[in-house]
Design a protein around this ligand. Structure first.
Ligand SMILES: Nc1nc2c(c(=O)[nH]1)N[C@H]1C(S)=C(S)[C@@H](COP(=O)(O)OP(=O)(O)OC[C@H]3O[C@@H](n4cnc5c(=O)[nH]c(N)nc54)[C@H](O)[C@@H]3O)O[C@H]1N2
Ligand SMILES: Nc1nc2c(c(=O)[nH]1)N[C@H]1C(S)=C(S)[C@@H](COP(=O)(O)OP(=O)(O)OC[C@H]3O[C@@H](n4cnc5c(=O)[nH]c(N)nc54)[C@H](O)[C@@H]3O)O[C@H]1N2
Ligand SMILES: [Mo]
Length: 661
């Protein structure tokens, strides 16, 4: 592969709204509301009034019978800022339920938690993406950007030309193929790798003592743990040669400008928050965060992966990246919403816990889904599908009949991306105004209008739920004022005029903050924190009947649960079904050859896939993409073990065996 990398990926096409155009021609693009008259019966077309009246009537029935907690809401990091904000407000004000969470919990919530612990603030990249162009060294941990973020590949060129591109991935991915140094840790052992590298940094005299003194707290406690992790010890656990650990640290420490970046491979573990903390500890010891031209960042994935986490669709959050359990935050947001602070619900359960409780004795009886396809993308997807089926009411707003939508009692056809106006906040914290570029199908409505229609039917004044994105944004900006993610200085006028504004932007005259942390970190004393963390390993170890480790992730041609990309002929043709990547020796031992149909079996279930032999993967590891439905769902095998800090499930390591199908 050339340094330019692939020109285009499904991820990008979805994020740019290209699929919106492509899907306009899809025969099953949703064009009118659908309702089911009885469970097990067919979905039939209905008018918007009939569908919304029906949803409101049934929501009222659940609310009357079970209280506000009887209804749950599930959102997504692909929703615009305006939608994410209004969805959170709808749950807290129109429904009064604590039960709202979103797919960001499955994406980067562990990295967000670790950044908050270390820096007092989580902004995926606290520096502009373009800064990477000037880097002499970049280490990517569990990020396959050549397939997931191709435009970023050209920004790695300088680091690579200088021999400073390090990639840690159990597979020799397209990205690892570009690297000067590829480390291939056993899945789920990155924390030990980071400890070994911190040990090597200290032993090699590479720690920036003056930065530690001036700008951080807690190094001694972190070092007490790392002191036990000589690179040779880390090699035993991770499989990464001690010499390579030392070389990687040497590259980062020796560069004038260096970055350490994590992706989902590092983050989606039951030890995800501690793992990211260990990488941040290493970055702090090398003096990277807060130095212009260097830093730590988490590469956020979805179209609005950054903004989606800031405006209150997460169970414990209010707009402005405020905490729902903070009395001052509750007072501020309640005042903007015109409700009493004590009427705002308490924090609710996290995404997996919420999905797992649906339709149970004590769980919610109704669920509204906006912008996610959990029947495919949630861990233990088989059980999640059964929970969805046990609900009294499932309502799904989507563009296409996703696997989750096909289970719904009411399907609401909505518009997306290029079909409407709205803002997104990209991975570097910059707010982008997206304009309408193609006309939506006549029968589809915007999510904002759906929320308004439901809120009014539930007895709220229409003025509380505007459906004009600019109006919603202005309210969002007020609600965010004074919070960590302060948008109060940002408005559509400035964005229309072409201004590039990174949050925080705490006033109309404020230029925004492209680089956070240059003067101070966001903790009250301005210092960053080392967090003392030790290696524990994945929740489930290989052995016995399940001798291999399965990890999961993405391929170039598909996006997420695949609901959209599987409907675009060019993309479906490129990758028509699930493949399992296996080392040829491992395949042979399982009696399998390239192209055979195989079963990947874990304690939770079985996923089917076609064997793709590749010598670039560890012999103890197999890789499954999660983009495919039905019997090919990777999430039939993944482990829902949750990170205690962030409630992130362990998508990236579980014990499996491989057998012929
Ligand atoms: N084409 C395409 N692009 C996308 C998406 C898509 O679905 N398709 N999704 C978007 C979204 S939402 C996101 S979050 C991003 C995700 O972007 P990435 O983080 O780049 O994607 P993943 O493939 O999930 O994981 C990255 C790598 O982690 C490796 N890995 C697995 N386990 C471990 C481990 O224990 N340690 C280490 N070090 N590495 C490990 C995998 O082999 C994989 O190559 O991509 C975005 N872009
Ligand atoms: N095994 C495994 N599982 C994973 C992962 C992994 O690496 N491995 N990655 C996780 C990650 S990082 C993520 S982000 C999740 C993603 O998984 P999901 O949350 O399922 O995300 P999508 O597939 O993007 O689903 C979005 C749905 O919303 C619809 N949609 C798009 N735009 C809009 C809109 O504006 N409004 C409405 N109402 N609907 C819209 C789309 O058509 C689609 O059906 O999966 C997670 N699951
Ligand atoms: Mo994601």
């Amino acid at each position: 592969m050339t340094m330019d990398g692939p020109r285009v990926s499904a991820g990008e096409l979805c994020q740019k709204g290209w699929t919106a155009g492509a899907l306009l021609g899809a025969p099953d693009r949703l064009r009118e509301p659908l309702v089911r008259d009885r469970r097990g019966g067919p979905l039939r077309p209905a008018s918007w009034d009939e569908a919304l009246d029906l949803v409101a009537a049934r929501l009222r029935r659940v609310l009357a019978g079970h209280g506000p907690g009887g209804v749950a809401v599930f959102g997504g990091g692909g929703l615009t800022n305006e939608k994410a904000y209004l969805l959170g407000k709808f749950a807290r004000v129109a429904l009064g339920t604590p039960n709202i969470d979103y797919n960001g919990r499955f994406c980067m919530s562990s990295a967000a938690a670790a950044a908050q612990r270390a820096f007092g603030l989580d902004r995926g990249l606290p520096f502009p993406l373009a800064d990477l162009d000037e880097a002499d060294a970049i280490m990517l941990v569990g990020a396959n950007v050549a397939e997931t973020m191709p435009p970023l590949v050209r920004r790695l060129r300088r680091a690579r030309d200088r021999g400073g591109l390090v990639v840690a991935d159990p597979r020799r991915t397209a990205t690892a193929g570009l690297a000067s140094l590829h480390l291939a840790p056993r899945p789920g052992t990155d924390l030990a790798l980071a400890l070994g590298m911190l040990h090597a940094a200290v032993a090699g005299g590479l720690v920036r003592r003056d930065d530690l003194e001036r700008r951080t707290e807690g190094f001694a406690a972190a070092w007490r743990i790392a002191a036990r992790w000589r690179p040779e010890e880390a090699e035993r656990v991770t499989g990464v040669a001690a010499a390579d650990q030392r070389a990687a640290v040497g590259l980062l420490a020796g560069a004038r400008r260096a970055y350490l970046l994590t992706g989902r491979g590092a983050e989606q573990h039951a030890t995800g928050s501690d793992t990211v903390s260990a990488w941040i500890n290493l970055a702090l010891a090398l003096g990277l965060p807060g130095r212009e031209g260097s830093g730590y960042g988490s590469l956020t994935g979805q179209g609005n992966g950054q903004g989606g986490r800031e405006h209150g669709q997460k169970a414990d959050q209010l707009p402005g990246y405020r905490r729902l359990d903070d009395p001052a935050a509750r007072r501020h947001v309640a005042a903007v919403w015109g409700v009493a602070p004590e009427d705002l619900p308490a924090p609710g359960p996290s995404a997996y816990e919420l999905l797992d409780s649906l339709g149970t004795e004590t769980g919610p009886r109704a669920l509204l889904v906006f912008g996610s396809n959990p029947a495919v993308s949630a861990p233990r997807a088989g059980r999640v599908s059964r929970r969805l089926a046990a609900l009294d009411l499932l309502v799904v707003a989507d563009i296409v009949p996703s696997e989750t939508a096909l289970m719904a009692d009411v399907v609401l056809p909505v518009t997306q991306w290029a079909e409407e106006e709205g803002t997104l906040t990209n991975l570097e914290g910059r707010v982008l105004l997206r304009r309408r570029a193609v006309a939506p199908p006549p029968g589809a409505r915007g999510d904002l209008s759906v929320l308004r229609g439901l809120a009014v039917r539930l007895g709220r004044p229409a003025a509380e739920f505007p459906d004009d994105p600019e109006e919603v944004f202005a309210e969002l900006a007020r609600a965010s004022a004074g919070g960590l993610a302060d948008y109060s200085g940002i408005g559509y006028d400035r964005l229309r005029a072409g201004e590039e504004i990174h949050w925080p932007c705490p006033g109309p005259g404020h230029p925004g903050t492209p680089r956070a942390f240059l003067d101070r970190f966001a903790h009250p004393d301005g210092r960053a924190r080392f967090v003392p963390v030790d290696h524990r390993g994945p929740a489930e170890r290989p052995g016995g009947d399940f001798p291999l480790i399965a990890t999961t992730g993405r391929v170039l041609a598909h996006y997420q649960s695949g609901a959209q990309t599987r409907r675009v002929p060019e993309l479906a043709a490129a990758e028509p079904g699930a493949r399992v990547e296996v080392h040829p020796d491992t395949a042979r031992r399982a009696g399998l050859a390239d192209g055979d149909r195989a079963r990947v079996v874990s304690r939770r279930g079985t996923a089917e896939a076609v064997v793709r032999c590749t010598p670039g993967i560890r012999r103890d590891t197999v890789f499954l993409p999660f983009h495919f439905p039905g019997a090919e769902r990777a999430n039939l095998v993944t482990n829902p073990a949750l990170d205690p800090v962030s409630r992130m499930p362990e998508f990236k390591a579980c014990a499996v065996r491989l057998e012929p199908a």
